[in-house]
Ligand binder design. Structure first.
Ligand code: HPA
Length: 257
């Protein structure tokens, strides 16, 4: 049932969960808010609760039952709904495949760059006829201060998180061919995922602070020690579940210090 959110109360941190992260178990006193935005409905309800007294919002990017594929996600509605709830800082959790040596399964990576290989997704709020066209600066796609906060919290919590790397956003929902991953490696990508864009660019248009933690679920096709390995969903979910324990400690550290 929709509830009224007093956005003046503010949200210290909004978290968008990806594949395998459908809730934040640490949240207490959770209220749920499911409201239409001018861009349509978000993927699911926004769960607003407290973590050690700090107000946090959570949204499952694919819906809580993982029913929305990457290319059909209403990225605009998701971000605007979080903003309407009072969020100014958005930490995106993205399940990814690892391409380069430091980015093996269960690694946590805080990328500082991205390359967009997606197509046909609505990537701007300037889409509607008559809306003002904006060309936001996107040289550094992630907000430096939010990245620094996540990395510092990881350090304090004794969680290893790789500082920097390039996220390659692919269209999905299929995984990539070995040739595609080989090309992405040549392009300089360390991670591959399907949901990093247009989310990052839309967050920038909205003026939200935005950073990503890539949760490595598997070696990307042809990467890693077994180049012939076939990627299975069971392996993906087991690795995400294992790595998410570290993410929870990072989140607490970002809020509590
Ligand atoms: N490729 C793209 N997206 C992904 C992968 C992958 O190998 N693993 C998890 N998300």
């Amino acid at each position: 049932m929709p509830i009224h959110i007093d956005s003046d109360q503010g949200i210290e941190l909004a978290v968008i969960g990806g594949t395998g992260v459908y809730a934040l178990g640490q949240l207490a006193d959770v209220d749920s808010w499911w409201q239409e935005t001018p861009y349509g409905m978000p993927s699911g309800p926004i769960r607003i609760g407290t973590l050690d007294g700090h107000r946090v919002a959570f949204l499952a990017r694919h819906g809580e039952g993982h029913s929305v594929p990457p290319h059909r996600i209403n990225y605009r509605a998701n971000l605007v709904a979080l903003q309407m709830a009072g969020a100014r800082r958005v930490l995106a959790l993205n399940t990814v495949g690892g391409i380069t040596a430091d980015c093996g399964p269960r690694a946590l990576v805080c990328p500082d760059q991205l390359i967009d290989y997606t197509w046909g997704r609505i990537g701007t709020f300037s889409e509607e006829a008559g809306s003002e066209v904006v060309h936001v600066d996107f040289g550094d796609p992630y907000t430096a201060s939010l990245r620094a906060a996540a990395l510092a919290a990881a350090h304090r919590a004794n969680v290893h998180m790789v500082d920097g790397g390039c996220y390659g956003a692919t269209q999905g929902p299929r995984l990539e061919t070995r040739a595609e991953i080989a090309r992405m490696r040549r392009d300089g990508c360390d991670l591959v995922g399907m949901t990093g864009m247009p989310e990052a660019a839309l967050a920038r248009e909205l003026g939200l602070d935005y950073a990503c933690i890539g949760i490595v679920a598997n070696w990307a096709a042809g990467a890693g020690p077994d180049v012939d390995a076939v990627i299975g969903m069971e392996e993906v979910l087991a690795n995400v579940a294992a790595a998410t324990e570290g993410v929870a400690r990072v989140l607490r550290g970002m809020l509590v210090g």
